[in-house]
Design a protein around this ligand. Structure first.
Ligand code: ADP
Ligand code: XUL
Length: 515
């Protein structure tokens, strides 16, 4: 059996698969806010950050790892696990001193991970993908590297606020002494993988491409970008490696504490989106994936090599080989939740009252669906969502507001995914909100493509488990054929009669955005 872990923004989840039976045999999830309230991070990050800073406490991720494995081991024999792979929220970074690796080697199973690993942190908190504080650093990196077009040519993305390089540069500028004391910088995914392996593991090309540091042509860290970011950076980064690399065996800490076999292997980690590409059976071009987690993301294996001329979209390594496109929308679930809470609804009422009571296209009433700063398009929307018709400015007509936010989100997604140059033939939905039938049908109608969903909403966790099995010799296509199947009755066809309505709405949305 194979274990996949996913350390996302709001939760750490674990999925065990059995390739012989084609079954998911066990699933657990630890919600950071609910299970670890002492960290005061109800949505997985520390609220109230200044100047666009959004950080999380890496000790919370360590506690969650201990907690999830304890739950997983309860009534289940973890010695059956042959290999483990992890995925993590992308771009977030963890800063560690020279004693980190020795601490991992010396872990005592009678103590917690947190108490033994936390003393190695040289930066108490980890900047995560929601952070928008590095505008100045992005400009400096772009200038030093020969302009954003060059940064994009090398790394697949222009210099981006949430990407790890600009975050590292900000740390170097703010606290050069702590930067100097930092011996290794990990991504969330490679940090979790290193703890599991009891040593520093490499960074894979899927998550590594989200750093503004990886050269997508040589698949090595790029000297121009390293120099533009911070001094001595190459020496602080684990090497870059292909996603299927086997990093080593599990640390004795986990074998002793949770009953893993000492020959259980650890496969390199990747980002949650590249992992979902695997888990959604979309590693070959043709199927687009939309993940409705804390962030909304749109991604697909790439047919041709293109970058986004507007600079919002990205190119990452595809864990199965080649490349993938990725577009991230910051106002995803948290924006939907904010409106749901303003209107005092639960999810089923949100969906029912909003979508059932209003016509497609909302009688021409459009709204920009942003509750806070947005990544795609990159803007500081400090006034919440009410930009649109005067009716919304006044806050009236709740059902129309629900439709306007949802239509706005997916029109924005359709508009900003056009650079990929391929029309969606099939869309697979994953993430917490994918189970919402109203939202799923709306996606089918706006993109005019069939939508499929799986029985589990966590494509990243499943992808991690599939990658673990693949790295140990199982055929990925065969694994995907048995695990990546839409749930019975979950396929939704687009309503073809609405194609014109949404073409018109798209034009209207584009005009509103540039108004
Ligand atoms: P992440 O992986 O980023 O931590 P998830 O994929 O677990 O996030 O998604 C969590 C989000 O899913 C929650 O913030 C919640 O708003 C949303 N969600 C859960 N159920 C529904 C539903 N029925 N309709 C809409 N959104 C939902
Ligand atoms: C992708 C991104 C988010 C995070 C969290 O670029 O920033 O999707 O990976 O899920």
């Amino acid at each position: 059996m194979f274990l996949g872990l996913d350390s996302s923004t709001q939760s750490l989840s674990a999925i065990v698969i059995d390739p012989a039976s084609g079954q998911i045999v066990r699933e657990v999830s630890v919600n950071f806010g609910a299970a670890l309230p002492a960290y005061n991070s109800p949505s997985g990050f520390i609220p109230g950050g200044k100047d666009g800073e959004v950080h999380a406490d890496p000790r919370m991720w360590l506690d969650a790892l201990d907690l999830a494995l304890k739950q997983l081991a309860d009534g289940f024999d973890l010695s059956k696990i042959e290999a483990i792979a992890s995925s993590g929220q992308q771009h977030g970074s963890v800063y560690l001193d020279a004693r980190f690796e020795q601490r991992l080697a010396d872990l005592d199973s009678a103590k917690s991970l947190k108490e033994q690993v936390a003393p190695a942190l040289t930066r108490a908190t980890a900047p995560i993908w929601m952070d928008t504080s590095t505008g100045a650093e992005c400009a400096e990196i772009a200038a030093a590297a020969g302009g954003n077009a060059e940064v994009c040519r090398i790394s697949g993305s222009i210099a981006i606020e949430r990407f790890t390089g600009p975050q590292i540069r900000r740390f170097y500028k703010q606290d050069p002494t702590a930067y100097e004391r930092t011996s290794v910088i990990h991504l969330v995914s490679s940090f979790i993988g290193s703890v599991l392996a009891g040593k520093n593991i490499e960074i894979d090309h899927g998550d590594g491409a989200g750093m503004n540091l990886l050269n997508l042509h040589s698949l090595d860290w790029d000297d121009t970008l390293l120099d533009a970011t911070a001094p001595g950076l190459r020496g602080k980064l684990p090497p870059a490696a292909t996603s299927t690399t086997i990093a080593g065996f599990i640390s004795p800490y986990f074998a002793q504490k949770y009953g893993f076999s000492s020959d259980c292997q650890i496969v390199l980690s990747t980002g949650d989106n590249p992992s979902s590409l695997v888990g959604m059976g979309a590693t070959t071009p043709g199927t687009m994936v939309i993940s409705l987690g804390t962030s909304d993301t749109f991604f697909a294996a790439m047919e041709k090599s293109v970058t986004d001329p507007q600079g919002f979209g990205h190119v990452f390594g595809n864990p199965a080989g080649g490349f993938m496109s990725l577009i991230c929308f910051r106002n995803g679930s948290l924006a939907r939740e904010a409106l749901r809470d303003v209107l005092g609804l639960d999810w089923s009422a949100f969906d029912r009252s909003g979508l059932a009571a209003t016509p497609a296209g909302n009688d021409g009433n459009l709204m920009l669906p942003f509750f806070g700063p947005e990544i795609t398009p990159r803007r500081d929307f400090s006034a919440p969502i009410r930009k649109g018709s005067t009716e919304f400015e006044a806050g009236g007509n709740p059902p129309a507001q629900v439709r306007a936010v949802l239509e706005g989100q997916f029109l924005n997604m359709r508009l900003h995914s056009q650079w990929i140059g391929e029309k969606a033939k099939l869309i697979r939905l994953t993430g917490g909100a994918s189970q919402n039938d109203g939202i799923a049908q709306l996606v089918a109608n706006i993109f005019q493509a069939p939508v499929e969903r799986f029985a589990i909403a966590n494509g990243a966790g499943l992808g991690a488990a599939l990658r673990a099995a693949h790295a140990l010799g199982h055929d990925l296509t065969a694994l995907q054929a048995s695990f990546c199947k839409p749930a019975a009755g979950s396929r939704l066809e687009p309503d073809a009669s609405l194609a014109g309505t949404y073409d018109q709405a798209l034009a209207g949305y584009k005009a509103l955005l540039s108004a």
